[in-house]
Design a protein around this ligand. Structure first.
Ligand SMILES: *Cc1c(COP(=O)(O)O)cnc(C)c1O
Length: 355
């Protein structure tokens, strides 16, 4: 039987997507060729790329609003550098809410002045700083919508005239929002969209071309846009699977439907964390809790072995917390069914009864 997969990334994908992807690896579009052995310039694959790009914009409500979607390589980590290369002329402002935010800020520092507007490093990133202000004279403001490792999530974004850039790697397509408040969004595929190997970048086109530096071609968003995301050979399999996931999401009702399910899953688990005296949440303010990654600990570490064997026996995978936080992390991405969360909650109750 398939495991209840709470892995943080790479992570669970819809079973129907995995089936279609497997079939296409053997015989793509009845061509009697594998998806991964046809030319990326063939009409069949160009259609995949175009479909994936347009579905991404459609889900975000950004069609015909001056945005372009790209499927690039190098992970979200390369975007840390590409964002700065394309947008940082003098100085940029960054909100530091976790390991990934910290890394993005370090990359940007190589190319210009970076102002850290606020940081939650003082408390091992267990909260989202509020009441900071974004200076008016920066080239852009960068934030991370969901902090995968620490289990915090931004529920609001600053109202500012400055360009807004957001790393949405671990909560893209998980909730409704006015995405037109952002000028650039990026997300590595392997958290909520597809296999590792491609990164979705959504850019408001008119923000580009404003920096004086020479940008190497592979790092230049304008180059990738001008070549319809095919400047070099794209990651054909990850893009194809991402397209299938975006189709799956459309079939089940899009962001409105998935947001409702994600809220239900998160409520189910957090209610148990709060109710069960053997558990405590890692995040200090409840309003900052992530609906994607729930981080929690046992109140009594001597119960670790028993809890670990209970959830393993229940068919649960991927519950160990990140090494920089410890404890446990349950990642509840779009494809995770609520039944899996119910199994975890039952295991938590079982631990309480036996303790
Ligand atoms: C996983 C993750 C990254 C890093 O992604 P890579 O594709 O491994 O480079 C960056 N930001 C966030 C929020 C992440 O969750």
């Amino acid at each position: 039987m398939k495991k209840h997969n709470f892995s943080a990334g790479p992570c669970i994908l819809p079973q129907s997507v995995l089936q279609k992807a497997s079939a296409a690896v053997l015989n793509f579009n009845d061509l009697n060729l594998s998806l991964i052995e046809v030319s990326h310039r063939s009409k069949d694959f160009v259609d995949v790329m175009e479909n994936a790009r347009s579905l991404a914009l459609e889900h975000l409500g950004l069609q015909n609003k001056g945005y372009k979607a790209l499927f690039l390589q190098g992970g979200a980590s390369l975007e840390f550098l590409m964002v700065a290369n394309n947008l940082l002329e003098n100085k940029a402002a960054y909100l530091n809410t976790g390991t990934w935010a910290d890394k993005s800020l370090k990359e940007a520092r190589m190319l210009g002045e970076v102002i850290e507007v606020a940081s939650s490093k003082d408390q091992n990133f267990n909260y989202i700083p509020k009441n900071y202000s974004v200076p008016n004279d920066v080239d852009y403001f960068h934030c991370t919508s969901n902090n995968t490792i620490f289990g915090t999530q931004l529920k609001e974004f600053p109202k500012t005239n400055v360009k807004l850039v957001c790393d949405m790697s671990s909560d893209i397509f998980s909730r409704q929002m006015d995405f037109s408040q952002f000028d650039l969004i990026y997300a590595g595929a392997q958290k909520n969209m597809g296999p590792a190997g491609t990164t979705l970048v959504v850019i408001k086109e008119d923000i580009l071309g404003k920096v004086s530096r020479q940008i190497p071609s592979m790092l230049d968003y304008k180059v990738h846009i001008s070549k319809d995301s095919m400047f070099n050979t794209p990651a054909v399999f990850p893009v194809y699977v991402s397209m299938l996931t975006l189709e799956w999401l459309k079939d089940i009702g899009g962001l409105a439907a998935i947001e409702k399910i994600n809220n239900e899953k998160a409520a189910l688990l957090y209610n148990e964390i709060d109710r069960n005296p053997l558990f405590k949440g890692f995040v200090s303010n409840k309003e900052d809790r992530s609906n994607m990654n729930a981080t929690f600990n046992l109140t009594d570490d001597s119960l670790n072995d028993r809890f670990n064997s209970l959830w393993t026996a229940a068919g649960i995978n991927g519950l160990k917390g990140h090494r920089s936080v410890g404890g446990y992390r349950a990642s509840m991405y779009n494809a995770l069914p609520i039944e899996s969360v119910a199994v975890l909650v039952d295991v938590m109750k079982e631990l309480e009864l036996g303790a």
